[in-house]
Design a protein around this ligand. Structure first.
Ligand code: PGA
Length: 252
């Protein structure tokens, strides 16, 4: 069985003190929770202090982005090795805000995925359609294109380590959550895409998170779907109570 995985994407929010306080609170509340992987992904400048705040707890550390080159003259960028060095286990790659606001392409995401795997970081690769694409019935075409482009050249044993996050862009930060059926349909479709490219074993082992307006009130219905293995949580991850309320939706 796939172990559920809930991660908080703090985006460009909080300050140093509130990031540490939130991390400490989540770490404390996570102490009594079994059977789930948990992670928080703070802004890069707070990774180090949050690493210290969650050290020795059940909460792992993730970054929100990285650059594919190992080192060198890339002003403003951060490498996979640097993220490992300060204790990151995960890195979110290809988030829709990076694709649509910062202009990242599938090719950019692909280079980052390969570099993250090489460094033994676990990429959380985000895929998701825009509202007009959904309305035009093109959701699975978009997902297939992003999957093939972002995960080109990934071997079967690497694929089994990757986490996918299905995040319909129209549901991110909008309060408009996909229905459990809409999400499940895409998750199942994604698993078929993985099975076709690799095999059934790999397809069954990849964890696929749902993201987009997940809150304690809708978590149980979403997480109860057979192909939804966790959540990538934005807004509701900024308070320990709502983040842990989502974890409670797993009914563990
Ligand atoms: P949201 O963000 O939960 O605030 O909709 C999810 C995400 O962007 O990962």
């Amino acid at each position: 069985m796939r172990r559920p995985f809930i991660a908080g994407n703090w985006k460009m929010n909080l300050d140093r003190a509130s990031a540490v306080a939130l991390a400490e609170e989540v770490a404390k509340e996570a102490a009594g929770v079994e059977g789930v992987d948990l992670a928080v992904c703070p802004p890069s400048v707070y990774l180090d202090v949050v690493a210290a705040a969650v050290a020795g707890s059940k909460v792992a550390l993730g970054a929100q982005n990285m650059y594919h080159q190992p080192n060198g003259a890339f002003t403003g960028e951060i490498s996979a090795a640097m993220l490992c060095d300060i204790g990151c286990r995960y890195v979110i790659l290809g988030h829709s805000e990076r694709r649509h606001i910062l202009g990242e392409t599938d090719e950019d995401v692909n280079k980052k995925v390969l570099a993250a795997l090489e460094a033994r970081l676990t990429p959380i690769v985000c895929l998701g359609e825009l509202l007009p694409e959904r309305e035009a019935g093109r959701t699975m075409n978009v997902i297939r294109r992003q999957f093939n482009g972002s995960l080109a050249g990934v071997h079967a044993e690497q694929m089994a380590r990757i986490v996918i996050a299905y995040e319909p862009v129209w549901a991110i930060g909008t309060g408009k959550v996909a229905t459990p059926q809409q999400a499940e349909e895409v998750h199942l479709g994604l698993r078929k895409i993985i099975e076709n490219r690799y095999n059934q074993e790999v397809a069954q082992s990849v964890r696929i998170q749902y993201g987009g307006s997940v809150k304690p009130e809708n978590a149980a219905d979403l997480l109860g779907q057979p192909n939804i293995d966790g959540a990538l949580v934005g807004g509701a991850s900024l308070k320990a109570e709502s983040f842990m309320g989502i974890v409670a939706g797993l009914g563990l």
